[in-house]
Write a protein that binds this ligand. Structure first.
Ligand SMILES: Nc1ncnc2c1ncn2[C@@H]1O[C@H](COP(=O)(O)OP(=O)(O)OP(=O)(O)O)[C@@H](O)[C@H]1O
Length: 232
């Protein structure tokens, strides 16, 4: 019998010597060039760099959505490359929270339902799940009336808060966030980054935020610069 639930302690995220290439006509384009990175639980790391430097590719590999050509990815000490597709998706569900650049909220669902839909997939107890979803949304700054709104009735910053709460709903060890401030003005962007810093501390997540907003980098524990697929 194959076990899909991964039993391991929280040690965060590690990438070791990761290289990723994409097909580019006859040749291959190197998007990640021997990248190594460790993010401990409770640590908030930003990856900054110009457009095309490989930031989203780094996040996709860490999110186990792309397999690197070589090197390894460890989530809570578990080597991802060694896992079957089924075990990888279980690991993703149980260990990873992902906030994508585009808000991929479902148009017909209220904020609280965006979280509850995940629980219905998991088959948990509805009442406890609702209470937890409401508490999480409140903790990211959405009051009861906003929790009942659909995405088009919320501002960009509020939608981003729903995205973040949804990513936290599965109690992830590793939180991966792609350009969370790109659609926001400076003040709202700063509030979102401060929120991510608080979450990292309170939930003990190993958080990686990709950004090219240099003004917000003094709010994180560590900044890594990406250039031409390399971390420098
Ligand atoms: N699916 C793909 N097929 C081929 N090349 C790709 C693919 N995705 C990305 N690339 C290339 O890989 C390199 C890294 O892209 P990536 O999206 O990781 O950069 P980025 O730093 O996230 O950029 P941005 O800040 O503009 O989002 C770029 O040269 C890009 O053109």
């Amino acid at each position: 019998m194959t076990t899909t639930t991964v039993q391991c302690t929280r040690t965060g995220l590690a990438l070791r010597d990761v290289t990723l290439t994409y097909p580019d006509g006859e040749a291959r384009l190197t998007a990640l060039d021997r990248v190594s990175l460790t993010v401990a639980p409770g640590e908030f790391t930003a990856v900054a760099g110009p457009s095309g430097s490989g930031k989203s590719s780094l996040l996709a590999v860490a999110a186990t959505l792309l397999r690197p050509d070589s090197g390894s990815v460890l989530i809570d000490g578990q080597e991802v490359g060694a896992l079957s597709e089924k075990a990888r998706s279980a690991l993703r569900r149980e260990r990873l929270g992902i906030v994508f650049q585009q808000s991929n909220l479902l148009a017909s669902l209220t904020a609280v339902e965006q979280l509850l839909v995940l629980e219905s997939v998991r088959g948990g107890k509805p009442r406890a799940a609702r209470e937890r979803a409401e508490a999480l949304l409140a903790s990211v700054g959405l009051d009861a009336s906003k929790q009942r709104r659909r995405p088009h009735q919320l501002s960009g910053g509020e939608r981003q808060r729903v995205n973040i709460a949804r990513a936290l709903f599965g109690e992830p060890s590793v939180l991966l966030v792609d350009e969370p401030t790109s659609a926001l003005d400076h003040e709202r962007g700063a509030q979102i980054v401060d929120l991510l810093a608080t979450i990292t501390r309170d939930h003990g997540t190993a958080t990686v935020m990709v950004t090219h907003d240099r003004d917000l980098l003094d709010r994180v524990d560590r900044v890594l610069a990406m250039h031409d697929g390399r971390l420098v």
